[in-house]
Design a protein around this ligand. Structure first.
Ligand code: GDP
Length: 444
């Protein structure tokens, strides 16, 4: 089996290395090395090549300029090791500022190492970047590829430029899609205790594997390990920042939630047991549901609620009444203050991650649908000819997606779709996973 090719991203700070890294890898399965120092600035993840196959992408930070960082020598030598081992080095430049002396230094350095370099000019969407960015030719590395890492423009051209160095895609060698760690987003309105919960999760020295920082200020992820399972808590910078900006209006938490949900497999929706369920909780839950992510509901501050004699059962009922559309999401009662329920919460997040990726066979699906249809004949949304279910199959995961084929082109009544969903859940579980049902009519 041939080795997976390696692409290393190099450039001075703030040119957009981590944005490009996230763009290429979609931040899936971020892995970190366990040497001290390296964990902070070097990020490794797989990226899918558009033509199939995978490459390993390494984001190096602090290569030449970050003097204030006490780990510079170590990072520098680690980065150099990565660069020497690369099949291609993406040398990222800033189109807005044009080439500056530090860029020339890096260009010379890369030339001296004799590695294949693809010059790439980022922020090409900004004004002042001319076609072909001729001013960068002076670096003597050839004509750069123009991209906008932020907007995802130019990535096809970048892949094309890389193709020459990476060889033919080794689709056959592809590793099975294995989730190394569960990517978890902690979301909720202000003051429900997200930041306290995060501290409880990562504050325990034994649990924290590493805090993974990009070179820019955007996302900080925390990789923790509990019970042999790894969890990547995404966007923790946003949660901590929220704590500093206490007056922040609600929409900030919605924006932050939206952002973190994008990057997560499983969302932990934090509720405040003391305050009860608010409209804003439902709004935020709606974002997770819409995005098709797994959801665990963490009812926090249960220490206070328990003191008042509140019962878990009645709180559960009020959650189910107020946030009906995620009735499939399990509830875990926790206290960030005392640590109660925290281990159970992580276990549940893991289980929900597994549910989201669960696959059932077409035979199994058809047995369940057949039985359901025999007990309750399918109903169309608006009268019309009687309709029957021909067959169904699971056509996707994360979220689990089912295609159901019916005899006539009518809309199935939503309550009937709900009934089928419930039957699928009763048969296969899928706890914490949203289920998508697509109905299509047989072509006549
Ligand atoms: P965030 O805005 O969602 O990040 O909320 P914070 O983590 O800043 O918490 C808001 C307030 O609730 C703080 O005063 C915390 O000390 C308090 N708090 C958070 N979790 C708990 C808990 O489990 N029990 C109790 N009693 N207080 C909590």
């Amino acid at each position: 089996m041939s080795r997976q090719p390696v692409v290393v991203i190099v450039g001075r700070p703030n040119v957009g290395k981590s944005t490009l890294f996230n763009r290429l890898t979609r931040s899936r399965r971020a892995l970190v090395h366990d040497q001290p120092g390296v964990t902070r600035d070097r990020i490794i993840a797989d990226a899918e090549r558009p033509g199939g196959g995978r490459v390993t992408v390494v984001d190096t930070g602090g290569l030449l300029l970050e003097d204030e960082d006490q780990y510079v020598p170590l990072i520098r030598s680690q980065a150099e090791e990565a660069i020497r081992g690369a099949d291609a080095v993406v040398f990222l430049l800033d189109g807005e500022s044009g080439p500056i002396p530090e860029d020339r230094d890096i260009a010379n350095y890369l030339r001296a190492l004799g590695v294949p370099v693809v010059p790439v000019v980022n922020k090409a969407d900004r004004s002042g970047v001319e076609l072909g960015a001729p001013e960068f030719n002076a670096l003597g590395l050839g004509e750069p590829v123009l991209i906008s890492a932020e907007h995802g423009r130019g990535t096809d051209e970048l892949w094309e430029a890389l193709d020459g160095h990476l060889g033919v895609s080794q689709v056959a060698d592809e590793q099975p899609d294995r989730a190394d760690e569960v990517q978890v987003a902690i979301i909720g309105r202000p003051n429900v205790g997200k930041s306290s919960l995060l501290n409880r999760l990562v504050g325990d020295e034994r649990a924290l594997v590493s805090e993974i920082a990009g070179t820019t200020r955007d996302a900080v992820d925390c990789l923790i390990e509990r019970g042999g399972q790894r969890y990547l808590i995404v966007d923790t910078a946003g949660i901590r920042k929220g704590r500093l900006l206490k007056e922040n209006v609600d929409h900030v938490s919605v924006v932050q939630a939206r952002h973190s949900i994008e990057r997560a497999d499983v969302v932990v929706l934090v509720l405040d047991a003391e305050a009860g369920v608010r409209e804003m909780d439902a709004t935020i839950a709606g974002l997770a549901d819409k995005a098709g992510r797994g959801v665990v509901i963490a009812v926090n501050k249960w220490d206070l609620a328990a003191e008042r004699g509140l019962k878990q059962r009645s709180f559960t009922e009020s959650v189910r009444d107020d946030i009906k559309f995620i009735s499939w999401a399990p509830l875990v009662f926790v206290s960030a203050r005392t640590g109660m329920g925290i281990a159970a919460l992580l276990k549940k997040a893991d289980a929900v991650g597994v549910s989201c990726r669960q696959r059932v066979t077409t035979g199994q699906v058809n047995r369940v649908l057949g039985k359901a249809a025999r007990e309750h004949a399918p109903k169309a949304a608006k009268g019309g000819a009687p309709v029957s279910i021909l067959y169904g199959a699971q056509v996707g995961i994360a979220p689990p997606t089912f295609a159901i084929s019916i005899s006539h082109p009518v809309d199935l009544h939503f309550s009937y779709k709900r009934f089928l969903e419930n039957r699928i859940r009763a048969a296969f579980g899928f706890e914490g996973a949203p289920i998508v049902i697509k109905v299509r009519a047989r072509r006549h």
